[in-house]
Design a protein around this ligand. Structure first.
Ligand code: IPE
Ligand code: IPE
Ligand code: MG
Length: 253
């Protein structure tokens, strides 16, 4: 029996969010430049995207570059931006063929013009796909996202097009970058760091968190399946008691 068969198809998360961490350390452990780890990390991205499509996950958000990552040495930032452009160029045909729809969240305008162009084209090419929604978090800061949402709402209130009493969870969520996506039920971080690093702070409110020591370039389909099996053993209580959950069945619905 393939390990894939042990997954309960009725208990899948709709949305998985991943912090792809550990590329630099993976490379340094091999006596290589950090950038080598980023190159190898792309192979994991390809495999995890394909696996999610195959398993039937609807949304996959990948933290590819944080707003804070701009503070890394210029040589590494440049290499990452170049890798982004080259990867999109190389993968676009497969994304199209595999019915993957590409989305971007983050401060899009802060990306180099060439990245913006390539990403816009890729978004257009995959716009009518109906399979996996692949959401890349680029130049992403969750605090920035929350502040921006607040500002947009404040502007509407000041202009008289929205009333303060109309602001609820739903209105607020409509102003986040992620307005079109459900909240992730599962968040995975690789490479043994136990932190959120300014990722989806609002959206992860009730996500199950899964941490593994495996560095991102070593994280492959079997590691994803392991994370899913672990997720499926969790009892998601949302503030209720275990007894309540067990009598009111579909907890993953
Ligand atoms: C994740 O790996 C990729 C990015 C943040 C772009 P790192 O580059 O953070 O690798 P480590 O954590 O330094 O090993
Ligand atoms: C988070 O990883 C960002 C990405 C994976 C893109 P970092 O490696 O930048 O996070 P910290 O700085 O260790 O928290
Ligand atoms: Mg890191």
């Amino acid at each position: 029996m393939e390990i894939l068969d042990s997954i309960d198809r009725n208990k899948l998360p709709r949305h998985i969010a991943i912090i792809m961490d550990g590329n630099g350390r993976w490379a340094r452990e091999r006596g290589e430049d950090r950038v080598y780890g980023h190159y190898e990390g792309v192979i994991s991205v390809r495999e995890i995207v394909n696996a999610c499509g195959e398993i039937g996950i609807e949304y996959l958000t990948l933290y590819a570059f944080s707003a804070e990552n701009w503070n890394r040495p210029k040589q590494e930032v440049d290499a990452l931006m170049e890798l982004l452009v080259n990867t999109i160029r190389k993968e676009i045909e497969d994304l199209k063929k595999n019915n993957v729809k590409l989305h971007i969240i983050g401060d899009f305008e802060s990306l180099p013009a060439i990245c913006q162009k390539e990403l816009n084209e890729a978004k257009e090419i995959t716009a009518h796909n109906t399979g996996l929604n692949l959401i890349l978090a680029l130049s992403y800061s969750s605090r920035q996202e929350i502040v921006e949402a607040t500002r947009k709402i404040a502007e509407k209130v000041a202009a008289g097009t929205m009333k303060p009493e109309d602001i609820g969870f739903e209105t607020f969520e409509q102003h986040l970058y992620t307005s079109a996506f459900p909240d992730p039920e599962l968040m995975i971080r690789t490479s043994g760091e136990y932190r959120i690093s300014n990722y989806l702070l609002y959206q992860l409110a009730y996500a199950e968190l899964y941490f593994t020591n495996v560095h991102w370039p070593d994280f492959r389909k079997n590691n994803l399946i392991e994370a899913l099996l672990n997720y499926q053993q969790r009892e998601r209580r949302f503030g209720k008691t275990s007894e309540q959950i067990q009598t009111n069945t579909p907890q993953h619905a």
